[in-house]
Design a protein around this ligand. Structure first.
Ligand code: NDP
Length: 250
């Protein structure tokens, strides 16, 4: 059944974000989605969501730039004439380098996109929800990297660890407005990027995951939908591990 609610999915045109946007659209949500620079995947996603009969807005927005984030939310409100009930902080980047060789530039890029992006979007979306009396939900996409240490990802792990703590603290602050904030922490998820970056990505995750397979974008999208739903109305400040049990071994 269509519910006509509006979700913002940052970095939502490829990989996990795309899976979340499509899953929510199929569940009846209208979608506002952004990314940094891609146009091709974005056009395809917009067409797919429109074919489902949902309303969709796509715009470029650097989630780490406060002026661009402000402009994005102005566009969202103008386009839909209402404020979002759900924000999914999904946009994220990784750089691979040993701690001793990690450049300051890469550190700044990862922290700015993953952690500052989460802060800026949460603050702007929460302000809109509060002004409109919307008791909304925010779901941040974390990672297992802060539970199980993977070498060469120290900047990424620090950003995702920050997101877990940010989730708890913002849930405490926003609870009085009826806004719930949770985190979904995926295990290894097969996307175009992970398939491209690592040989036999699916096989290597299947080998270390108790449930014996890699994760799919749909696994993450279902968890996000659950946390956004009324069924989760008393859940806030939590991290839900969607990892086939992989990080429970840590
Ligand atoms: P992708 O690289 O496929 O997608 C990342 C998206 O983020 C793209 O749409 C990209 O846009 C966008 N993006 C990057 N930088 C910015 C920015 N500054 N402003 C706005 N958008 C930006 O990655 P995944 O789908 O694999 O990952 C999605 C999320 O899930 C990330 O937060 C990641 O850390 C997390 N995650 C992924 C796991 C996995 O196994 N795949 C495991 C655990 C966590 P553009 O294409 O234009 O650059």
């Amino acid at each position: 059944m269509k519910n006509n609610k509006l979700a913002v999915v940052t970095g939502g045109t490829t990989g996990i974000g795309r899976g979340i946007a499509l899953h929510l659209a199929r569940a009846g949500w209208d979608i506002a989605v952004n990314n940094l620079r891609d146009d091709v995947e974005a056009r395809q996603l917009v067409a797919e969501i429109e074919s489902l009969g949902r309303e969709v807005l796509f715009a470029h927005c650097d989630v780490g730039d406060s002026r661009e984030v402000d402009a994005f939310y102005r566009q969202v409100v103008e386009h839909f004439n209402r404020v979002p009930e759900l924000l999914v902080n999904n946009a994220g980047v990784q750089t691979w380098a040993p701690l001793l060789e990690l450049s300051e530039e890469d550190w700044d890029k990862v922290i700015r996109t993953n952690l500052k992006g989460c802060f800026l979007n949460t603050q702007r979306a929460a302000r809109l929800m509060i002004e409109s009396g919307v008791r909304g939900a925010i779901v941040n996409i974390g990672s297992g990297c802060n539970k199980l240490a993977f070498p060469n990802l120290v900047d990424y792990a620090a950003s995702k660890g920050g997101i877990e703590v940010f989730t708890k603290t913002s849930a405490v602050e926003l609870g009085e407005y009826g806004i719930r904030v949770n985190c979904v922490a995926p295990g290894g998820v097969l996307t175009e990027r992970t398939e491209r970056e690592a040989p036999d990505y699916a096989g290597s995750w299947a080998a270390i995951t108790p449930l014996g397979r890699v994760g799919y974008t749909e696994d993450i999208a279902r968890a996000v939908e659950f946390l956004a739903d009324e069924k989760a109305s008393f859940i806030s400040g939590q991290t839900l591990w969607v990892d086939g049990g992989a990080f429970s071994k840590a």
